[in-house]
Design a protein. Structure first.
Length: 254
Protein backbone atom coordinates (compact mmCIF):
# COMPACT_ATOMS: atom_id res chain seq x y z
CA UNK A 1 0.00 0.00 0.00
CA UNK A 2 1.09 3.61 -0.32
CA UNK A 3 2.80 5.52 2.47
CA UNK A 4 -0.50 6.86 3.80
CA UNK A 5 -2.16 3.49 4.08
CA UNK A 6 -2.01 0.82 6.72
CA UNK A 7 0.86 -1.55 6.19
CA UNK A 8 -0.12 -5.19 6.05
CA UNK A 9 2.65 -7.49 7.17
CA UNK A 10 2.36 -11.25 7.20
CA UNK A 11 5.10 -12.71 9.34
CA UNK A 12 6.32 -16.00 7.96
CA UNK A 13 7.65 -18.40 10.55
CA UNK A 14 9.84 -20.69 8.57
CA UNK A 15 13.37 -21.97 8.13
CA UNK A 16 15.49 -19.62 6.04
CA UNK A 17 18.16 -20.92 3.71
CA UNK A 18 21.55 -20.85 5.39
CA UNK A 19 23.76 -18.01 4.15
CA UNK A 20 27.20 -16.65 5.16
CA UNK A 21 27.56 -13.61 7.40
CA UNK A 22 29.12 -10.29 6.48
CA UNK A 23 29.28 -8.95 10.00
CA UNK A 24 32.07 -10.90 11.66
CA UNK A 25 30.08 -13.41 13.71
CA UNK A 26 30.73 -17.13 13.21
CA UNK A 27 28.10 -19.20 11.42
CA UNK A 28 25.69 -21.32 13.45
CA UNK A 29 25.32 -24.59 11.53
CA UNK A 30 21.78 -25.90 11.69
CA UNK A 31 20.12 -22.78 13.06
CA UNK A 32 18.41 -22.14 9.78
CA UNK A 33 17.72 -25.09 7.51
CA UNK A 34 17.60 -25.24 3.72
CA UNK A 35 13.83 -25.20 3.42
CA UNK A 36 12.30 -22.76 0.97
CA UNK A 37 8.96 -21.08 1.36
CA UNK A 38 6.53 -19.91 -1.25
CA UNK A 39 3.09 -18.49 -0.70
CA UNK A 40 0.26 -18.06 -3.10
CA UNK A 41 -3.14 -16.64 -2.29
CA UNK A 42 -5.68 -17.50 -4.93
CA UNK A 43 -8.60 -15.10 -4.56
CA UNK A 44 -11.86 -16.24 -6.08
CA UNK A 45 -13.29 -13.31 -7.94
CA UNK A 46 -16.77 -12.42 -6.78
CA UNK A 47 -16.60 -14.48 -3.61
CA UNK A 48 -17.11 -12.09 -0.71
CA UNK A 49 -15.27 -14.30 1.78
CA UNK A 50 -12.13 -14.69 -0.32
CA UNK A 51 -11.83 -11.37 -2.09
CA UNK A 52 -10.05 -8.41 -0.55
CA UNK A 53 -11.01 -4.84 -1.27
CA UNK A 54 -7.38 -3.83 -0.81
CA UNK A 55 -4.96 -3.55 -3.70
CA UNK A 56 -1.38 -4.28 -2.73
CA UNK A 57 1.82 -4.34 -4.75
CA UNK A 58 2.53 -8.06 -4.92
CA UNK A 59 6.18 -7.37 -5.67
CA UNK A 60 6.81 -5.77 -2.28
CA UNK A 61 7.13 -8.13 0.67
CA UNK A 62 8.45 -7.39 4.15
CA UNK A 63 9.74 -10.48 5.97
CA UNK A 64 9.94 -10.41 9.75
CA UNK A 65 11.86 -13.24 11.40
CA UNK A 66 10.50 -14.15 14.84
CA UNK A 67 13.65 -15.64 16.29
CA UNK A 68 12.76 -17.15 19.65
CA UNK A 69 9.23 -16.57 20.95
CA UNK A 70 8.19 -17.32 24.49
CA UNK A 71 7.07 -20.96 24.26
CA UNK A 72 9.33 -23.09 22.03
CA UNK A 73 12.22 -24.79 23.82
CA UNK A 74 15.56 -26.29 22.89
CA UNK A 75 13.91 -29.66 23.49
CA UNK A 76 11.67 -28.82 20.53
CA UNK A 77 14.61 -27.57 18.46
CA UNK A 78 18.17 -27.65 19.84
CA UNK A 79 19.15 -24.80 17.51
CA UNK A 80 16.61 -22.37 18.95
CA UNK A 81 18.41 -19.11 19.85
CA UNK A 82 17.65 -18.31 23.48
CA UNK A 83 20.62 -16.38 24.87
CA UNK A 84 21.79 -12.96 23.64
CA UNK A 85 24.76 -14.10 21.54
CA UNK A 86 22.65 -16.81 19.88
CA UNK A 87 19.86 -14.31 19.24
CA UNK A 88 22.29 -11.82 17.69
CA UNK A 89 23.83 -14.47 15.45
CA UNK A 90 20.39 -15.65 14.31
CA UNK A 91 19.29 -12.07 13.64
CA UNK A 92 22.24 -11.43 11.35
CA UNK A 93 21.79 -14.70 9.50
CA UNK A 94 18.11 -13.93 8.93
CA UNK A 95 19.01 -10.48 7.61
CA UNK A 96 21.48 -12.06 5.20
CA UNK A 97 18.73 -14.42 4.04
CA UNK A 98 16.36 -11.55 3.29
CA UNK A 99 14.56 -10.59 6.50
CA UNK A 100 14.07 -6.85 6.91
CA UNK A 101 13.15 -7.06 10.59
CA UNK A 102 13.68 -9.38 13.55
CA UNK A 103 11.17 -9.80 16.37
CA UNK A 104 13.05 -10.37 19.61
CA UNK A 105 12.03 -12.27 22.73
CA UNK A 106 14.55 -13.14 25.43
CA UNK A 107 14.91 -15.96 27.92
CA UNK A 108 16.32 -16.16 31.43
CA UNK A 109 19.42 -18.18 32.29
CA UNK A 110 17.31 -21.35 32.31
CA UNK A 111 15.84 -20.55 28.88
CA UNK A 112 12.38 -19.75 30.28
CA UNK A 113 10.37 -16.88 28.80
CA UNK A 114 11.53 -13.61 30.33
CA UNK A 115 11.41 -9.81 30.16
CA UNK A 116 14.83 -9.34 31.77
CA UNK A 117 16.14 -5.98 30.66
CA UNK A 118 19.78 -7.05 30.78
CA UNK A 119 19.07 -9.83 28.28
CA UNK A 120 17.37 -7.41 25.88
CA UNK A 121 20.17 -4.89 26.35
CA UNK A 122 22.87 -7.46 25.55
CA UNK A 123 21.12 -8.90 22.49
CA UNK A 124 20.31 -5.47 21.03
CA UNK A 125 23.84 -4.23 21.77
CA UNK A 126 25.44 -7.18 19.98
CA UNK A 127 23.29 -6.68 16.89
CA UNK A 128 23.87 -2.93 16.74
CA UNK A 129 27.62 -3.33 17.28
CA UNK A 130 27.91 -5.16 13.95
CA UNK A 131 26.42 -2.27 11.99
CA UNK A 132 23.77 -4.54 10.51
CA UNK A 133 20.79 -2.41 9.37
CA UNK A 134 18.15 -4.99 10.27
CA UNK A 135 15.13 -3.38 11.95
CA UNK A 136 14.57 -4.35 15.57
CA UNK A 137 11.15 -5.20 16.97
CA UNK A 138 11.12 -5.96 20.71
CA UNK A 139 8.33 -7.84 22.36
CA UNK A 140 6.34 -6.23 25.15
CA UNK A 141 4.84 -9.59 26.14
CA UNK A 142 7.46 -12.19 26.93
CA UNK A 143 5.24 -14.47 28.99
CA UNK A 144 2.99 -14.48 32.02
CA UNK A 145 3.20 -12.56 35.26
CA UNK A 146 5.42 -9.64 34.28
CA UNK A 147 4.78 -6.15 35.60
CA UNK A 148 3.85 -3.26 33.33
CA UNK A 149 7.27 -1.73 33.95
CA UNK A 150 9.06 -4.96 32.98
CA UNK A 151 7.09 -5.06 29.73
CA UNK A 152 7.64 -1.43 28.85
CA UNK A 153 11.25 -0.79 29.92
CA UNK A 154 13.04 -2.62 27.07
CA UNK A 155 11.51 -0.58 24.25
CA UNK A 156 11.46 2.64 26.28
CA UNK A 157 15.19 2.54 27.03
CA UNK A 158 16.61 0.66 24.05
CA UNK A 159 14.42 2.47 21.49
CA UNK A 160 14.14 -0.12 18.72
CA UNK A 161 12.37 0.79 15.51
CA UNK A 162 9.30 -1.17 16.61
CA UNK A 163 7.78 -2.97 19.58
CA UNK A 164 4.78 -5.25 19.86
CA UNK A 165 1.41 -3.85 20.93
CA UNK A 166 -0.97 -6.73 21.62
CA UNK A 167 -4.36 -5.10 21.18
CA UNK A 168 -6.38 -7.08 23.71
CA UNK A 169 -6.68 -9.88 26.24
CA UNK A 170 -7.19 -13.46 25.09
CA UNK A 171 -7.22 -17.07 26.32
CA UNK A 172 -3.75 -18.02 25.16
CA UNK A 173 -3.22 -21.62 23.97
CA UNK A 174 -6.36 -22.66 25.89
CA UNK A 175 -4.32 -22.62 29.07
CA UNK A 176 -3.65 -19.10 30.41
CA UNK A 177 -5.06 -15.60 30.14
CA UNK A 178 -2.84 -13.28 28.12
CA UNK A 179 -3.56 -10.01 29.89
CA UNK A 180 -3.57 -6.71 28.01
CA UNK A 181 -6.04 -4.59 29.94
CA UNK A 182 -7.09 -1.16 28.62
CA UNK A 183 -5.03 0.90 31.09
CA UNK A 184 -1.90 -1.03 30.17
CA UNK A 185 -2.52 -0.57 26.46
CA UNK A 186 -3.10 3.15 26.91
CA UNK A 187 0.16 3.47 28.86
CA UNK A 188 2.00 1.30 26.34
CA UNK A 189 0.85 3.48 23.45
CA UNK A 190 1.86 6.66 25.26
CA UNK A 191 5.31 5.27 26.10
CA UNK A 192 5.90 4.12 22.52
CA UNK A 193 5.05 7.56 21.19
CA UNK A 194 7.34 9.23 23.73
CA UNK A 195 10.22 6.89 22.82
CA UNK A 196 9.72 7.24 19.08
CA UNK A 197 8.95 3.54 18.73
CA UNK A 198 6.46 2.37 16.09
CA UNK A 199 3.82 0.00 17.53
CA UNK A 200 3.51 -3.34 15.83
CA UNK A 201 -0.23 -3.79 16.47
CA UNK A 202 -0.72 -7.52 16.92
CA UNK A 203 -4.26 -8.65 16.14
CA UNK A 204 -5.43 -12.17 16.97
CA UNK A 205 -9.14 -11.63 16.34
CA UNK A 206 -11.66 -9.05 15.16
CA UNK A 207 -12.19 -7.71 18.68
CA UNK A 208 -8.52 -6.73 18.88
CA UNK A 209 -8.75 -4.99 15.52
CA UNK A 210 -11.74 -2.99 16.75
CA UNK A 211 -9.81 -2.09 19.91
CA UNK A 212 -6.87 -0.85 17.83
CA UNK A 213 -9.21 1.23 15.67
CA UNK A 214 -10.68 2.74 18.85
CA UNK A 215 -7.19 3.72 20.00
CA UNK A 216 -6.45 5.27 16.61
CA UNK A 217 -9.57 7.42 17.00
CA UNK A 218 -8.77 8.43 20.58
CA UNK A 219 -5.09 9.20 19.99
CA UNK A 220 -3.51 6.35 21.92
CA UNK A 221 -2.12 5.12 18.59
CA UNK A 222 -1.01 7.20 15.64
CA UNK A 223 -1.77 6.71 11.95
CA UNK A 224 -0.53 5.33 9.67
CA UNK A 225 -0.72 2.11 11.66
CA UNK A 226 1.36 -1.03 11.25
CA UNK A 227 -0.76 -4.17 11.74
CA UNK A 228 0.39 -7.71 12.33
CA UNK A 229 -2.41 -10.20 11.63
CA UNK A 230 -1.66 -13.22 13.79
CA UNK A 231 -3.73 -16.22 12.78
CA UNK A 232 -3.75 -19.80 13.99
CA UNK A 233 -2.92 -19.27 17.67
CA UNK A 234 -5.26 -21.37 19.86
CA UNK A 235 -7.68 -18.89 21.37
CA UNK A 236 -7.59 -16.59 18.35
CA UNK A 237 -8.89 -16.66 14.77
CA UNK A 238 -8.23 -19.67 12.57
CA UNK A 239 -5.47 -19.49 9.97
CA UNK A 240 -7.76 -19.51 6.92
CA UNK A 241 -8.07 -17.42 3.81
CA UNK A 242 -11.49 -16.26 4.99
CA UNK A 243 -10.10 -15.05 8.34
CA UNK A 244 -7.25 -13.18 6.70
CA UNK A 245 -9.41 -11.47 4.10
CA UNK A 246 -12.03 -10.55 6.69
CA UNK A 247 -9.43 -8.78 8.83
CA UNK A 248 -7.81 -7.08 5.83
CA UNK A 249 -11.17 -5.77 4.68
CA UNK A 250 -11.73 -4.18 8.10
CA UNK A 251 -8.34 -2.48 8.47
CA UNK A 252 -8.53 1.30 8.80
CA UNK A 253 -7.87 3.27 5.65
CA UNK A 254 -4.86 4.94 7.25
Amino acid sequence: MDATGSRIVITLLYELRSRGLRYGLPPCPGVMGPAAVSAHLDWEEGNRMTTTRRLNDSNKVIVTAALTGAVTTKQDNPYLPTQPKEIAEAALRCYEAGAAMVHIHVRDDNDAGSMRFDKFEEAVGLIRATGCPVLLNLTSSGGQGFSWEERIRPFRELRPEMASFDAGTMNWLHSVVFMNEPKFLELCGQEMRAAGVKPEIEVFDMGMLNTAKHYLKTGVLDAPAHFQLCLGAPGGMEATTESLVYLVNHLPEN
